[in-house]
Write a protein that binds this ligand. Structure first.
Ligand SMILES: *[C@@H]1O[C@H](CO)[C@@H](O)[C@H](O)[C@H]1NC(C)=O
Ligand SMILES: *[C@@H]1O[C@H](CO)[C@@H](O)[C@H](O)[C@H]1NC(C)=O
Ligand SMILES: *[C@@H]1O[C@H](CO)[C@@H](O)[C@H](O)[C@H]1NC(C)=O
Length: 508
C-alpha cells in the first residue's frame, strides 16, 4: 500500500511543499508542486551548463599543458645533450614568450572566464528563485507537519512512512523539525529511525553525526518525562567519545542528571478524531444495512434513456452518490476554465507567492457552455431550483491536503446571501480519482466516500425546517498519494418551496 509513499516523501523534502493553515484548512496543491518541480529542473539545467563550460575550460587547459609539455621535454633532452640548445635565439625566444605571454594569458583567461561562468551561474539561479520563489524554512516546517498528519490520520509509523527510502539526515531533519514544533512523540520516532540509520554508516564523520542524533534523542526523552531513558541514551554515547575532549554530550548529560524531568502534556484529540481517522482509513463499524443501489429512469425526462446510477450512502440524512454524471471531456473543460482563472490570479498577485500558495480554489460561474450545462444537470438530478446557486468552487488538494471536519451551513449568513437563504444542499463533484486517501467522511454518520472521478455526491445541510442539520459534519481526509480535485456547488434554500416544502417540525 505504501510503496509509492517514500517517493512522495522525498519529493516533499526536496521541494519543501507549502502547507499553511487557513481557517483550519491545511492546503497543498499538486499544481504548485509541479511548479516547484520545474524550479528544480531549472537549477539542474543551469548547473549542468555551468559544469559543461567548466569542463570545456579544463579541456582547453589540458591541451595547452600537453603541448607545452612536449616542447619542454624537447628542451630538457637538448639541455642534457647539448647545453647550447637554448642559446639558439629562436628557442630562447619561444621559451621566454611562453613564460611572458602564453602562461599569463592562460591564467588571465582562466580567471576571467571562471568569473564570468560563476556570475552567469549565479544569475540564472537568481532568476529561477526570483521567477518562482524557492520554498523556505516555513515551507519545510509545513511539509513535516503535513507528514505527521498523514501518520496520525492513517496510523503509520515513521518507518512505514520512510519505507527504506530516506537517508539518515532526512529522518534527522524531520525529527528536529518535530522537536522544534514540540511534537515530541513523533520526533522520538523519527530520531530513533535516524539513529538506527546512522549506526549503519561507515564514515569517519559517523561518530560526530551519531552524537548529534543521540543528543536530540536525550532531549526528546526529557521533554517526554523519561529521564532514565535520556540518561541511558547519552551514556551509550560517551564511550565512543574521547575522554579528554569536552563534548556537548557530556554537558548535556550533567544537565540532564541534575534536572527534574518534565511532566508532559499529552495532546487531547477532538471528540470526532477517532471516528474521523477510522473512516479515513476506510473502516466502517458494521451497521444493519438497508442501503441500496438502483437505476433511476424517472427523476427527469433526460434520464429515460440513460438512467442515473444512484447509491445510497446514508438515509436520513440522505447522502446519495450519482455515478458517471460527468464525462472525462466535461471534466477536462471545467479544469481548463479553472486553470485559466488560476493563472490569471497568480499573475495578479505577483510576488506574494507564499500567500497565494495556500489558496488553491477558484470559482466558476455559469456563463460558459460547459458550466451552464452542469448547472442544468444539477437541477435535473437534485430536483431543486437552481436559481439560487453559488458559483462552482473548484479545489485542488495535493499530498497531505485535507479539510478538517466542518459544516457547509453558514453560521453567519453574509449580506449577499440574505435573499437566497442558507446552503440547503452540498453538491460535490469528484473531478479526479485519488490514488490513496482523500476520502470524504462523515464522522457522526459512519460514512466514508472514496472519490470516484465523474461522480456527484449530494447531501442536505438543513433540516426541512431550514434549521442546520448538525449530523452532516464532514471532512476531506488528507491525500496520501496523488491529487484530489473537486467541484462544489451549494444550492440555497430560497425558491425551493415547491421542490422541497418546509415543515414546522424542527426535527424532521
Ligand atoms: C538577484 O535578484 C535580485 C532581484 O530579484 C537582485 O536585487 C540581485 O541583485 C540579484 N543578484 C544577482 C547576483 O544577480
Ligand atoms: C495503529 O496500528 C497499530 C499497529 O501498527 C495498532 O496496534 C493500533 O491499534 C492502531 N491504532 C489505531 C487507533 O487504529
Ligand atoms: C462515532 O461513530 C459511531 C458509529 O457510527 C457513533 O455511534 C458515535 O456517535 C460516533 N462518535 C462521535 C464522537 O462522533
Amino acid at each position: 500500500m505504501l510503496e509509492h509513499l517514500s517517493l512522495v516523501f522525498v519529493w516533499l523534502l526536496l521541494l519543501g511543499l507549502a502547507w499553511s493553515p487557513v481557517n483550519g484548512e491545511y492546503y497543498s496543491s499538486i499544481d504548485k508542486m509541479q511548479m516547484l518541480g520545474e524550479v528544480e529542473l531549472d537549477l539542474i539545467t543551469a548547473t549542468h551548463m555551468y559544469l559543461t563550460q567548466r569542463q570545456d575550460q579544463l579541456y582547453e587547459m589540458r591541451s595547452f599543458v600537453e603541448r607545452v609539455k612536449l616542447e619542454h621535454a624537447a628542451i630538457r633532452q637538448e639541455l642534457l645533450r647539448d647545453a647550447e640548445y637554448l642559446e639558439q635565439p629562436l628557442q630562447a625566444f619561444r621559451l621566454i614568450n611562453r613564460l611572458v605571454v602564453d602562461w599569463p594569458a592562460l591564467h588571465d583567461s582562466l580567471a576571467a572566464s571562471q568569473k564570468q561562468l560563476r556570475e552567469e551561474y549565479a544569475k540564472s539561479v537568481n532568476e529561477t528563485d526570483a521567477a518562482q520563489g524557492l520554498p523556505n524554512k516555513d515551507d519545510l516546517k509545513g511539509a513535516v507537519l503535513g507528514l505527521q498528519r498523514l501518520q496520525s490520520v492513517y496510523n503509520l509509523t515513521a518507518s512505514d512512512m520512510a519505507n527504506n527510502a530516506l537517508f539518515w539526515n532526512e529522518c534527522f531533519e524531520i525529527g528536529i523539525q518535530l522537536y522544534q514544533q514540540a511534537e515530541y512523540r513523533s520526533a522520538l520516532e523519527w530520531l530513533q529511525l535516524a539513529a538506527q540509520l546512522v549506526d549503519q554508516i561507515e564514515d569517519e564523520n559517523a561518530q560526530g553525526i551519531s552524537a548529534q542524533v543521540y543528543e536530540y534523542l536525550g532531549m526528546t526523552y526529557m521533554e517526554l518525562g523519561e529521564k532514565q531513558k535520556a540518561v541511558e541514551t547519552l551514556k551509550e554515547l560517551l564511550p565512543s567519545l574521547s575522554p579528554d575532549t569536552p563534548h556537548p554530550a557530556r554537558f548535556l548529560l550533567d544537565e540532564v542528571e541534575g534536572t527534574e524531568p518534565k511532566c508532559p502534556k499529552e495532546p487531547v484529540a477532538p471528540h470526532w478524531y477517532a471516528n474521523y481517522s477510522r473512516l479515513c482509513q476506510g473502516k466502517r463499524v458494521p451497521e444493519p444495512g438497508s442501503l441500496s443501489c438502483y437505476l433511476d429512469f424517472e427523476r427527469h425526462p433526460r434520464f429515460r434513456l440513460s438512467p442515473l446510477k444512484v447509491e445510497q450512502a446514508h438515509l436520513n440524512p440522505d447522502i446519495h452518490i450519482y455515478y458517471d454524471v460527468l464525462t472525462d471531456a466535461q471534466i477536462e473543460a471545467v479544469l481548463e476554465l479553472a486553470k485559466q482563472l488560476e493563472s490569471f490570479r497568480s499573475t495578479v498577485v505577483g510576488d506574494v507567492v507564499t500567500e497565494t500558495r495556500v489558496s488553491q480554489q477558484v470559482w466558476l460561474d455559469y456563463t460558459s457552455p460547459i458550466m451552464s450545462s452542469i448547472g442544468q444537470l444539477l437541477g435535473a438530478i437534485s430536483g431543486l431550483e437552481t436559481t439560487n446557486i453559488e458559483k462552482m468552487q473548484v479545489a485542488n488538494y495535493g499530498i497531505g491536503g485535507q479539510y478538517f471536519p466542518h459544516y457547509d451551513y453558514l453560521s453567519k449568513l453574509p449580506d449577499s446571501y440574505k435573499e437566497s437563504g442558507n446552503r440547503i444542499t452540498t453538491n460535490m463533484f469528484y473531478l479526479s480519482d485519488v490514488l490513496q486517501g482523500g476520502y470524504t467522511v462523515f464522522p457522526l454518520l459512519n460514512v466514508f466516500l472514496r472519490p470516484v472521478k465523474g461522480s456527484l455526491v449530494i447531501w442536505p445541510n438543513e433540516l426541512r425546517s431550514l434549521a442546520p442539520d448538525y449530523r452532516v459534519l464532514h471532512a476531506g481526509c488528507p491525500v496520501l498519494e496523488g491529487s484530489k480535485r473537486i467541484g462544489n456547488i451549494w444550492i440555497h434554500s430560497t425558491d425551493q418551496e415547491f421542490r422541497r416544502p418546509c415543515t414546522l417540525d424542527p426535527t424532521e
